[in-house]
Ligand binder design. Sequence first.
Ligand code: GLU
Length: 430
Amino acid sequence: MNMQNTTAIPSYLSIESLGPWATYLTQIERVTPYLDKALLPWVETLIRPKRALIVDVPIRLDNGVIAHYEGYRVQHNLSRGPGKGGIRFHPEVTLSEVMALSAWMTIKNAVVNVPYGGAKGGIRVDPKKLSMPELERLTRRYASEINILIGPDRDIPAPDINTNEQVMAWIMDTFSMNQGRTATGVVTGKPVTLGGSLGRHDATGRGVFICTVEAARRIGLSIPGARVAVQGFGNVGEAAARLFADAGAKVVAIQDETGSIFNPNGFDVRRVHRHRIETGQLAGVPDAEAIDAEHFWACDVDILVAAALENQITEHNAPAIRARILAEGANGPTTPEADLILQDNKVLVVPDVLANAGGVTVSYFEWVQDISAFFWTEEEINSRLDRIMRDAFAAVWDAAQNKGILLRTAAFVLGCERVLMARKLRGLYP
Ligand code: GLU
């Protein structure tokens, strides 16, 4: 984003603290020339979050000390429906990051055409340092603090980094206790016994896999035998790796926050996962060679899945990437500078707002099932997910071909135009 245009920077952030929001601003700047001219008067709506709540989350630790954590919930845009997006517990969460993540949710929800706006939340905390009872108190207090924003028809949280089904169950319960009724539809990603959806656990990784298969088909890359590297071995990376291996690809490199491992013959992904759970690290997996981070990015692979955090692929490591397809399982893993390098090197980037939209798509199915109190089979869920992901991929691919633009730009055109059209039709109040 042209930083001369200081009106683009909200007063509560400085240029230095823009963080991932700067990436998002640049993405909007890059897409703007391709948007329908009739929508341009509304485009500034995309760089102004509708509302942002910062909350203090005090809890009593097990040792009796009172600790304070900073929490956020940002509703970036509600033009197409209630807010929707996950909650992240991470020691480096910032307002700028949550703003960017909420904005990517707005675009993502529009790309797969689920009837939601975009929102995101987070707490600046290292949950691994908390006991289970402390984590429960933290979650319940945070849920109470953001209670003024959330609700099944207002804003529906879901899991994100370091939050899971149990955390969603606590949020659902806290909200329900305050309401005096059980409101399952207030969060998605819940345990199946509490109105969660079959297929939700794997949904994001499955969406990454489906999009990559679609991309591979179009560039003549066969999945059986393809070599795959996966960064991030959490909910998204593990499921994607498993699905690639099941489809006959060779997952030759895996990296997470504990290290990087390599096996030219391909890993048994389920075995790696068991080892990771039992030992808490990747090191020590049988037949694995430990490699350094630099080597990981330079691995000779066909497909690279980035399923960790933002800003992982930068101008420093992008030149080393040899994959033909980079699938963004994480939100915002590639910086705008790296995007240009990957473009020059003919690496096909399947952007986050498309590639990882499978999670929120099945969240939408969960919410529909909760509201209608009628639950679907896993086959129904997976086949509907497959259809939505493949249709969205085709729409983005065709737009990119027709206009001669990158998949990221094409996905943003599709998403932004849907949001701006809704905004325009609703008009300005009062
Ligand atoms: N946290 C996930 C994402 O970034 C899922 C959000 C949701 O299901 O609402 O897309």
